[in-house]
Design a binder for this molecule. Sequence first.
Ligand SMILES: [Cu+2]
Length: 478
Amino acid sequence: MSGRSSLDRRRLLRALGGAGVSALAGCSSLGGSPFDGSASTSTPRPAPSGPADTTATLRATAGTVEPGPGESTENWLFDGEFPGPELRMAEGEVFELELTNDLPEGTTIHWHGVPVTNGMDGVPDVTQAPVEPGGSFTYRFRAEPPGTYFYHSHAGLQLDRGLLAPLVIEESDPHVAYDREYTVVVDDYLDRAPRPLSAADSDRGPGGGPGGTGGGPMATRRPPYAGPLVDGRLPDDPRTFGVRDGERVRFRFVNASSATAFRVRIAGHPLTVTHADGQPVEPVTVDSFGFGSGERYDAVVEAGNPGTWELRADAIDGDEPPGRAIMSYEGTGASESPTAPSSDDRRLSYDDLRALSPLDGVGGSPDRTFDLTLSAGRRSNRWLIDGEAYPDADPLEVREGEHVRVRMTNRSPVIHPMHLHGHFFRVGDAVKDTVVVPGHMGQVTFDFVADNPGNWLFHCHNLYHLDAGMARVVRYVQ
Ligand SMILES: [Cu+2]
C-alpha cells in the first residue's frame, strides 16, 4: 500500500463519514468545553463512527522503572511498563482505546504522527481538556496510513517521566521484504521527576542534524540524564535482538527522547533505510543515521555476518556513553564485536530520502507561506517562534484546502526537531511529520496541504523547548 493511495482513501473515508456518532459523546470531560472545535471556524472532522475493529484499555499509573541492575526510579507509566505496551493495528481499522488516569495530575495521549481527527489528538487545552485524576477518556481513530509511530502523554513534562510507547500500523503490502522485525525505542533515562530547565542547568547539548555536521561545545541545557536507553535498558544491561544467518530483519527505530538527538548504527551491518517517519522511501543503504526527538526510521538489515554485534545509539554531540543493544546470531557466543564508529561512514541525510508516494497538492507555489524564526529568548528561559512564546503567541491561520509552506530559520545554536500535528508534510523529496532544523542559521522548508480541520499544535519536540514556549497553534479559519 503506497502512502498516496492511503491518503486518497482517507479523503474518501472522510467524504463518506458524515456526522457519525463521535467517541466524544461518551466522554465525561468535554461537555460545553472550548475543545469541541468551536474555537476553530472550520469544523473538525468527526472521529470514525460505527463499531471499532479493535478496542483496548490503558492505564496511566505510578510505577517503577528498572532500566538496569540496581537502578530503579518511581515514575509515571502506561500499564506499569517502560516503554509502555506497543500498540499494533491493521491498516485501515478503527481503533478505540480507553485511557484511565490513575495519576495525581491531568494527562492525555497524543498519537504522534498519526493524522487522527482533531478531537482525538490529545493536546491538553487545544484539542481536549486534560483527563483528570480518576477520570477516563476514549480515543478513537482510523489506523492509517501504515507506519512506525509512537504515543505519549502531551501534558506538561510527562513525556520525560516515562509515559511513552511505540505504535505500529501494519502495512497490508510492504514495499520491502523481511523475515522478522523489532521495534527499538531510543530514549534518555531521567532518574527523577522532570522539571523545567533553568539557566542553572547549563550543559553541553546536541547541535548537529541528521547531516551530522556536529559542532563544538555550546551553551544549551539538558536535564541531568542518568544515561541513554535502548528499549528501556541502560548500556550495561542491554537488550538482545536475536537473528538467524540469512534473515532480513526490519528494525523500527523511534526517537522517543525528550531532548536528545541520537546517531544509530549496528556494527558489521549496513542499514537499508526503508521508511522515514513511518512513510515508505526508496530504500537507501547507509552505515548510520541521526534522528531527533519524535523522528522515526525503519531500516532492514541483511543478517549475513554471523556473530554478536553492538547496536549503538550515540547522543549527537553529547558526552554521555552510547546507548546499546546487542544483535546476536543464533548459535554464536556471548562476546560481542566492538564497534568503533568510523569517521567516513555513510550517514543518512534528508537529501537521501525519496518518498515512494509524494504528497498530493504541494506542487507549484503555495497559497500561504509562513516565514518563522526559531530563537532563544534574550532575557528569560523562553524558546520562541518568531519572537513569541506559546501560549502567548498568535495562531498560524490556514484555510482548508490550502497548500501551506513553512520556512524556518534557526537563529539559535541548537537543533530544533519541529513536529506538526495532524498532517504529513513534504520536506525535500521526503514525506515526514518531524524535521530537524540545524542550529546556527540552519534553514528548513516544508509544505503541507491543509486537509484536516481543527486546531493543531506545531512545536519543537525537545520537550523542554516546548515547555518554554516553542509552539504555535495551526488554526483553520473560514
Ligand atoms: Cu527546540
